[in-house]
Design a protein around this ligand. Structure first.
Ligand code: NDP
Length: 327
């Protein structure tokens, strides 16, 4: 494969979007247990931002990106069940933002014929996140009242749909009228423009008629207090991200005065604890895309060389849905 070359997105040192560089590189040889994949699309995620900034410590330089989909070109020693030409996707594998990636075979899943590779790259990480939050962290059942923040975002749009698919009722928040319209189109029962209200928790309770059973909060610092205040007694706050910044230390007594509340800080990695769990979650997500019951909205496609712009857009609240890099 050494005659093949293609671009890769490098993080030479920790920092902002300006540190990113694109370099032409030879395709790697697949090692034992690996497959070499020609990548069709790379998913843009906040985990890439946390890794680039050093919030999640990384040894530099490294190739950015954690999620992609493409076609197997070659298999390394010991790989069974995957042949050149197979269409595969993965998430949570650092080094995915390149045209050619050697990825452990046990981290890839097959992409169903009905699902395009771009769509697969767009839905793996955020879709499995929405899946574990609604199926495992706080299993939604018919009538569950769920608060979803940033509901027009990548995870947000999928969360709204999966809560609804399980029979739950969604109170969504989003910033601005366009994003609120998107949340409603995804099926949210109530939508609040949280930039336009003084007391978002009161607005949630007013819209829902009571405290919510679960708050799915990926915004973090700016919404945490409202999420806690919107819960019913014994409700659950699933703080799954920090798009607006990290939440400061919490006085546990607030959980008591709030009504014996629960707070959890989950990560997809811990909800993909085995190959079986990966196949289950990815299978349900890609299956729902294949049968048309889960809509994946790609909000932007960028050539790999424009990755700094893609991340700048994501980090400044300008985007809706999922962003992709095309290598
Ligand atoms: P989004 O597409 O949701 O983009 C982030 C959105 O957050 C923005 O569009 C914006 O929506 C809202 N937001 C509010 N304040 C800010 C701010 N100060 N800066 C930037 N955005 C802000 O991103 P993703 O779907 O990729 O990720 C959403 C969250 O989910 C992130 O925190 C991410 O880390 C987390 N995540 C966690 C995982 C886990 O397993 N724990 C896995 C995957 C993602 P608006 O304008 O409507 O306010």
């Amino acid at each position: 494969m050494s005659d093949l070359t293609g671009p890769a997105l490098l993080v030479p040192r920790s920092g902002g979007t300006d540190v990113l560089v694109v370099e032409e590189r030879p395709a790697p040889e697949p090692g034992p247990g690996e497959v070499l994949v020609e990548v069709a699309a790379v998913g843009v995620n906040f985990v890439d931002v946390y890794q680039r900034e050093g919030v999640y410590p990384m040894e530099t330089p490294f190739v950015a990106g954690n999620e992609a989909a493409g076609t197997v070109l070659a298999t390394g020693e010991g790989v069974t069940g995957l042949e050149p030409g197979a269409r595969v996707a993965w998430a949570m594998t650092v080094g995915s933002a390149a045209r050619h990636v050697a990825v452990p075979a046990d981290q890839v899943v097959p992409v169903p014929d009905e699902v395009g590779l771009e769509t697969a790259a767009a839905v793996m990480l955020q879709g499995m996140t929405a899946h574990y939050l609604t199926a495992s962290t706080y299993p939604v059942t018919p009538g569950t009242l769920a608060l979803v923040h940033a509901a027009a975002g990548g995870v947000g749009q999928l969360l709204v749909q999966l809560v609804r698919a399980r029979g739950g009722v969604v109170v969504a928040t989003a910033g601005g009228p366009d994003k609120c319209a998107t949340a409603a189109r995804m099926g949210a029962d109530h939508v609040i423009d949280y930039r336009a209200v003084d007391d978002p928790a009161a607005a949630v309770r007013d819209a829902a008629g009571r405290g919510v059973d679960v708050a799915y909060d990926g915004v973090g610092r700016d919404t945490f207090d409202a999420s806690l205040a919107a819960l019913r007694p014994r409700g659950v706050l699933a703080l799954f991200g920090a798009a607006s910044g990290q939440v400061p230390p919490l006085d546990l007594q607030r959980l008591n005065t709030g009504g014996s509340l629960f707070v959890t800080r989950p990560s997809l990695a811990h909800y993909l604890a085995s190959r079986e769990e990966l196949l289950w979650r990815a299978g349900e997500v890609l299956g729902a895309v294949a049968d048309g019951s889960l809509e994946v909205a790609v909000g932007g496609r960028y050539p790999l060389r424009d990755a700094p712009q893609a991340y700048a857009d994501l980090e400044s609240r300008r985007t809706q849905g999922k962003l992709l890099l095309l290598p």
